[in-house]
Design a protein around this ligand. Sequence first.
Ligand code: SF4
Ligand code: SF4
Length: 166
Amino acid sequence: MEEKSLTASILAARAAIAGLTPLREDCGRLCGAACCRSLPGEETGMALYPGERALCEGIPGFSLRETAWGTLLVCGGQCDRETRPLACRVFPLVPLWRDGTIRVAVDAGAKAVCPLRRLSACREDFVEAVRRAGQEIARTEAGVDWLQKLTAQQDELRALRGSAGG
Ligand code: SF4
Ligand code: SF4
């Protein structure tokens, strides 16, 4: 039952983003799609949201790694847009869980690679879609737990980098 609701939650979150992107034009042209390029020897991967693992299994070019943090998806830098994980769909933003509600912020890890370093650099309907995606994830207990963990990780990263905001 929980697995079924996790699947429904991640599918609804992905659907909330639909075809929306941070800018009206292809932002990949600004930076050569920097967020899809991994540096040699660096395989950080994208953290999969609860229920998302099953949607990413068996897709050519994707490999899944189990870590202490959770499942990470490592890719070869190219994918079918329909298959990309939620973390890629919302990038460079991230839904955080603060005071029992979703707050959208720029991903602390994005600031090193993405030229869109401020929330206001992204189109408003994209920011709103990321909020709705976060709300869909927060519909399950596992989703809220995961968002809390993500928020703590983002806060740690921000503290390490000495940056404010979020
Ligand atoms: S790094 Fe930022 S600007 Fe470049 S493709 Fe990714 S989201 Fe768009
Ligand atoms: S899964 Fe697709 S969108 Fe995400 S980093 Fe890899 S190539 Fe880019």
